[in-house]
Ligand binder design. Structure first.
Ligand SMILES: Nc1nc2c(c(=O)[nH]1)N[C@H]1C(S)=C(S)[C@@H](COP(=O)(O)O)O[C@H]1N2
Ligand SMILES: [Mo]
Length: 548
C-alpha cells in the first residue's frame, strides 16, 4: 500500500488516526511515568516532567510569575505541571499521528522530546550526571510503547480498492495474527467500515494495559520520592535563652482572627521547588566560604552543639498582596548566624552573604541583617519540632525584618561572604530589590469580604506586622468615617505580628472597612498602593461588607 492510499479517506481511517494519536500519547505517558519512577531513585527533581517544569519556572519572566502567583496562589505549581503535561500530550498525539505514515520520523521526535527533558535535568542547578538517566529511560520506554501499540492497530483497507485481501504493508509484519481480517466475514465487515472490532479490541486492551501500568509506576515513583520522615529522628538541643511561653492570642475571643502562633501545618509555603528536597542529616554539611579568614564546614551534629536560642518571628513573602495569605508566625530555634560568621571571620568589604540551598536557590542577605542584634538564625526547629521538609529541613535561614526571598533560605547548605557587585542571587537576577525590608502592614481577617451580616455588634479583627519595628497602634475606619483605635492582642515582640480587634456597631447598608497600622517608630503605614514587585506590596487593606 502506498502512502497515498493510506492517507486517503477511508471508513476506518478516522478511528485509525485516533488510535495512532492515542498510541503517541500513551508512549509519552508510559515513558514519563517510568522516568518518574527511576528519578525517585536517582534524584526526584530529575523526573522529566519536574525537570521541565522547574526549567519553565526559572525561565518565566518575572511579570508572568507575579501574575501566576496572584491568580493561582499556591495552586501555581499544579497548574504549571498541568500545563507542561498538556503541551506534552498534544505534542505526543501529533507524534502518534506522524507515526501512522512516518514511523521513523515519529521515533526521532519522541527521542527529541525525551532529550529536551534530559537537557532540562542536566542544566538544573546542582544536578549530577546521573540526572539524565530518567530521560534516557523515558525515551526507551516511549519507543517500545509506540512500537508495541502500533502493532495492535488494525490495518484498515480502502473500500473498493482492495476488496479481496488487504495488501501486506511493512506495518503488517508486526501486526498480531488476530488483527488480520482472516475470514470473509471480517473482510465484509471491513468493507462496510464497521469492523476491525476484534482487532480494535486488541488495541483497546493494549492501550488500557499501558494506561494502568503507567499510572501505577508513576504513582509508585511519586510515593518513593516523598520526603522520608527524617525530621523526627533529630533530638533538639535546649535553647540558651529562656523565653516565656507565647501568651494566648485573641483568636478564642474574636472568631476569625489568625491564630497568634501559626500551627506548622498551616504555615504558608513559598518556594520554587517542585519536589521537596530530601536531605539526609548524616550527610548534610553547612559550608561557609568566600571572603572569610577561616573557611568552615559544619556537620549537623556540630551545629547542634553550638549555642542555640529561641526567637518568635513572623515570616512573610514579598509576593504577598495587601490582605494576602503568605504570612505566618512561630517560635524558631537556631544558632545565631552572627556566631558562625564570627568563627569564620568575615573580611572587610563584604556587603552580602549569598546563601545556597540543595535545590540550587541562591539568596542574598545584607551582611548587617545577619550580624546585628536582631539575631538572624540558622533555624533547626519551628514550634518545638524539627523543621518539616517543606520548611527547610534540616536547617534554614530566618532573618527578622526581611522578606523570605532575601533572608529565609530553606534546605541551606552554604553561606558565601561576598559583595552585591560580585554575585547576584536568583531573585536579584529577576529584578527584585536587594533591599527586602518588610513594610508595615495590617490585614482584616474578619468579617469576610463581600459577605452579608446582620446589623448590630460585629467584631472586626486581624493582624498587623512591622518586624524589627513592632506595632504601636492599629486603626479601623468605616467608609469615610473617623479612624477608630483597635484593641491590640498580646505582645510577641517587635519581630512578631500583633493581633487586633475593634467592635463595630454595624448599620444596614454596604460598607467599606479599612485598616492601617502604626509601627514602633510612630509612622503609619503608607496609603500608597504598590504591587508586590519589586519590593513588597503597600497600601491599606480594605474590604466591603453588606449589613442587612
Ligand atoms: N531553597 C529555597 N529557600 C527559599 C525559597 C525557595 O524558593 N527556595 N523561597 C523563599 C521565599 S520567597 C519565602 S517567602 C520563604 C518561605 O518560607 P516558608 O515556605 O517556610 O514559609 O522561603 C524562602 N526560602
Ligand atoms: Mo517569598
Amino acid at each position: 500500500m502506498t502512502d497515498m492510499e493510506r492517507t486517503a479517506p477511508t471508513p476506518g481511517s478516522k478511528s485509525q488516526r485516533v488510535m495512532y494519536a492515542v498510541s503517541g500519547v500513551l508512549a509519552a505517558a508510559a515513558g514519563m511515568a517510568v522516568g518518574h519512577l527511576v528519578a525517585a531513585f536517582v534524584n526526584p527533581a530529575a523526573s522529566p516532567v519536574l525537570a521541565v517544569g522547574s526549567t519553565v519556572i526559572d525561565a518565566t519572566p518575572t511579570p508572568v510569575k507575579e501574575w501566576a502567583v496572584q491568580n493561582f496562589g499556591t495552586a501555581d505549581k499544579p497548574i504549571l505541571l498541568s500545563s507542561v503535561t498538556l503541551v506534552v500530550v498534544l505534542a505526543a498525539a501529533a507524534i502518534g499521528l506522524v507515526s501512522r505514515t512516518r514511523p521513523s520520523l515519529a521515533n526521532i521526535l519522541l527521542v527529541g522530546m525525551a532529550t529536551l527533558a534530559g537537557l532540562a535535568a542536566w542544566f538544573r542547578p546542582a544536578s549530577a550526571p546521573f540526572d539524565v538517566v530518567p530521560a534516557f529511560v523515558t525515551a526507551i520506554i516511549g519507543l517500545v510503547t509506540i512500537a508495541g501499540l502500533r502493532a495492535l492497530i488494525p490495518n484498515l483497507p480502502t473500500p473498493g480498492a482492495q476488496t479481496t485481501q488487504p495488501a501486506p504493508t511493512p506495518d503488517r509484519g508486526t501486526t498480531k495474527p488476530d488483527a488480520k481480517p482472516e475470514s470473509p466475514l471480517d473482510h465484509t465487515a471491513y468493507a462496510k467500515g464497521t469492523a476491525g472490532a476484534p482487532a480494535r479490541r486488541n488495541f483497546l486492551l493494549g492501550a488500557a494495559g499501558v494506561t494502568v501500568g503507567a499510572a501505577a509506576l508513576g504513582a509508585l515513583g511519586q510515593k518513593l520520592a516523598v520526603p522520608a520522615t527524617l525530621p523526627s529522628s533529630v533530638a533538639l538541643p535546649k535553647p540558651q535563652n529562656t523565653l516565656q511561653a507565647l501568651p494566648t492570642g485573641i483568636e478564642g475571643k474574636v472568631k476569625g482572627v489568625s491564630q497568634f502562633r501559626t500551627p506548622v501545618k498551616e504555615f504558608y509555603r513559598v518556594d520554587t521547588a517542585l519536589v521537596i528536597p530530601r536531605i539526609d542529616v548524616d550527610n548534610w554539611k553547612l559550608e561557609i566560604d568566600g571572603k572569610v579568614d577561616n573557611k568552615l564546614t559544619i556537620t549537623f551534629d556540630e551545629l547542634l552543639t553550638m549555642p542555640m536560642i529561641e526567637k518568635d518571628i513572623t515570616l512573610n513573602c514579598v509576593s504577598n498582596e495587601v490582605g494576602g495569605p503568605y504570612i505566618s508566625s512561630t517560635r524558631w530555634l537556631g544558632v545565631r548566624v552572627r556566631d558562625l560568621l564570627e568563627r569564620a571571620g568575615v573580611q572587610d568589604g563584604v556587603d552580602q552573604i549569598l546563601s545556597e540551598s540543595t535545590d540550587g536557590m541562591t539568596i542574598s542577605t545584607p551582611i548587617e541583617a545577619l550580624t546585628d542584634d536582631r539575631d538572624a538564625l540558622i533555624a533547626v526547629a519551628m514550634d518545638g519540632e524539627p523543621l518539616p521538609a517543606r520548611h527547610g529541613f534540616p536547617a534554614r535561614l530566618v532573618t527578622p525584618g526581611l522578606y523570605g526571598f532575601v533572608g529565609a533560605t530553606k534546605w541551606l547548605t552554604k553561606l558565601t561572604a561576598t559583595t552585591y557587585a560580585a554575585e547576584q542571587a536568583y531573585w536579584t537576577k529577576r529584578d527584585w530589590l536587594t533591599d527586602g525590608t518588610v513594610k508595615t502592614q495590617a490585614r482584616i481577617d474578619t468579617p469576610a469580604g463581600l459577605a452579608t451580616y446582620d446589623a448590630g455588634k460585629i467584631a472586626v479583627g486581624g493582624v498587623a506586622w512591622a518586624q524589627q519595628r513592632g506595632i504601636e497602634e492599629v486603626e479601623v475606619r468605616v467608609d469615610d468615617g473617623e479612624w477608630q483605635k483597635a484593641t491590640l492582642g498580646p505582645d510577641g515582640g517587635t519581630d512578631y505580628w500583633r493581633q487586633w480587634y475593634w467592635i463595630w456597631d454595624a448599620k444596614p447598608g454596604r460598607h467599606d472597612l479599612t485598616v492601617r497600622a502604626k509601627d514602633g517608630t510612630g509612622e503609619f503605614q503608607t496609603e500608597k498602593r504598590a504591587d508586590p514587585f519589586p519590593g513588597g506590596a503597600s497600601g491599606w487593606h480594605s474590604i466591603v461588607v453588606i449589613i442587612s
